[in-house]
Design a protein around this ligand. Structure first.
Ligand SMILES: Cc1cc2nc3c(=O)[nH]c(=O)nc-3n(C[C@H](O)[C@H](O)[C@H](O)COP(=O)(O)OP(=O)(O)OC[C@H]3O[C@@H](n4cnc5c(N)ncnc54)[C@H](O)[C@@H]3O)c2cc1C
Length: 461
């Protein structure tokens, strides 16, 4: 628990009602979806930018670690207070401050959920493109800190492409404003994109100006089934090489199909080795032509069938197969290790083939699915916690997965971030000189290293 002097200073800065010091309350704010947990000394509820700066000031003077928290749905432990100190929860700073359809923007506080933003934007015929599956229970602050996205990223991009500016508080308690309210702007360095994806290690976001996109008039949904992953990957490359950008291009591999088959009534042809879920959106008048171009590209050698949904019910039926995967995985392997690597789209067949080799070598079933249009693959190692041999093989297998990804010019994380769990691997991807520059940048934003210490990249030396 926070010692008396720290607790008093925090109450003075944050307001008595915004500070929790009881152990039962503190435990609740010490975990996230990574299944890691640590006990903070105190939990504070952020209420506004001035109060956030006052809390940071107290922590900065005392060298107390301070970890920002949205809704705690992150999967890599970035919001776990691994070095103790204060957890600053943004869940009560959840207002939508301004919706401005004429300028296609929305100004929000960081604790608002992604879903609340989508609902408010939809009233004006707009949406905010980042679409994590967790939309209903994750915050915009968390989305920005992890640069989180979903299936729409292939066409519409991630938070980095859909945020115009921020207000934030740095580790030395300076309140800063970054970016612009326009869709062009080149004055000064692009601190907005630097802070986005920095996992709360550089600054605490207190306000975000989001760039909105008009809701497309119509959408066509297709499902392609392929004999093997090589054929599906060729289809992905062919789709991405023609001018119509799909709004969704998701894939699942043969192992995932087997799993869906054994745990649901999914309707899939025998011998299916991979599946693509494809959507195109845009103006109704152009959509048949756009869908025809994409489906023509998708019909490569090895395509066993391409179904186009004709009604809402048919769209739901096509997605039902894909949606059956997560429950099936949870049932088969509640303790799976889930990575979210990304490789250039054309290297996906090599990745999947390489992963099959590793599965064989280490005796671990590996199931792959994900956002094929971005080459962003969720690699699931289905480790049986009751099998000591598998548990011993898990770590070396994971290391081999990362080595394979990097050898294909890929990256360790497409959207889930580094947090605590991937920190040890970062130096494999980022060169020493670049890492050293990142550490110097961190020092400029946060001279005493209080913001989310122990996250993002390894210590020097
Ligand atoms: C079922 C499920 C499905 C998911 N699906 C997806 C998906 O499709 N795509 C995807 O990318 N992710 C997905 N996720 C992961 C997770 O939902 C996202 O990473 C999400 O953006 C985290 O938001 P959060 O509010 O829960 O943040 P938290 O987990 O609370 O925090 C995440 C990071 O944000 C920082 N942070 C929070 N608020 C601020 C702030 N105001 N200023 C500075 N830093 C801050 C924290 O310090 C931490 O580093 C999923 C998770 C679950 C459980």
């Amino acid at each position: 628990m926070a010692n008396g002097a720290l607790a008093d200073a925090l109450r003075g800065a944050a307001g008595r009602d915004n500070v929790l010091t009881e152990a039962a309350d503190r435990w609740t704010y010490g975990y996230d979806n990574s299944r890691q947990q640590a006990l903070p000394a105190a939990v504070i509820f952020a209420t506004d930018a001035e109060q956030v700066a006052a809390v940071v000031s107290v922590c900065n003077e005392r060298g107390t670690p301070l970890t920002a928290r949205g809704w705690g749905s992150g999967t890599t432990g970035a919001t776990v207070p691994s070095e103790g100190g204060v957890v600053l929860s943004f869940e009560r700073m959840d207002a939508i401050l301004r919706t401005d359809p004429a300028n296609r923007l929305m100004v929000v506080q960081p604790g608002v959920t992604n879903q609340a933003v989508q609902t408010a934007a939809a009233e004006h015929g707009f949406f905010w493109p980042p679409d994590p599956t967790s939309a209903a229970f994750c915050s915009v602050g968390g989305n920005l800190a992890y640069n989180s996205a979903g299936p729409r990223a292939v066409k519409y991009g991630t938070p980095r492409e859909n945020t115009l500016g921020l207000r934030a508080v740095t580790g030395d308690a300076s309140a800063i404003r970054t970016g612009v309210h326009t869709t062009k702007g080149v004055v000064g360095y692009d601190l907005t994109r630097l802070i986005i994806g920095s996992e709360g290690t550089l600054a605490l976001t207190t306000e975000a100006t989001l760039k909105l996109t008009p809701v497309p008039q119509a959408r066509r949904t297709m499902r392609g089934v392929y004999a093997d992953m090589g054929a599906a990957a060729r289809a992905v490359s062919a789709i991405m090489a023609q001018p119509v950008v799909p709004s969704t291009l998701e894939f699942i591999d043969g192992k995932a199909i087997e799993m869906i088959r054994s745990h649901s009534q999914a309707d899939l042809p025998e011998g299916a080795g991979a599946m693509l879920m494809i959507a195109v959106d845009g103006a109704e008048a152009c959509l048949d032509q756009a869908a025809a171009a994409v489906s023509e590209a998708a019909r490569v050698d090895g395509c066993m069938g391409l179904d186009m949904a004709r009604s809402h019910a048919e769209v739901q039926a096509l997605w039902a197969t894909r949606k059956a995967l997560s429950p099936a995985l949870r049932q088969v392997a509640p303790k799976k290790i889930n990575e979210d690597v990304a490789v250039p789209v054309s290297r996906m067949p090599e990745l999947v083939e390489g992963l099959q080799g590793l599965a064989h070598r280490y005796g671990i079933t590996i199931v792959n699915f994900g956002h094929a249009g971005n080459g962003n693959i969720h690699v699931n190692l289905l480790v049986d916690p009751d099998d000591p041999a598998q548990m011993a093989a898990a770590e070396p297998c994971l290391e081999a997965v990362f080595d394979l990804v990097l050898s294909l010019e890929g990256t360790l994380s497409g959207e889930h971030g580094i947090g605590l769990v991937k920190r040890a691997f970062v130096a494999r991807e980022i060169e020493p000189a670049t890492l050293a520059l990142m550490r110097r940048l961190k020092q400029q934003f946060d001279p005493n290293g209080i913001l989310n210490p122990g996250k993002g990249f390894p210590e020097a030396g």
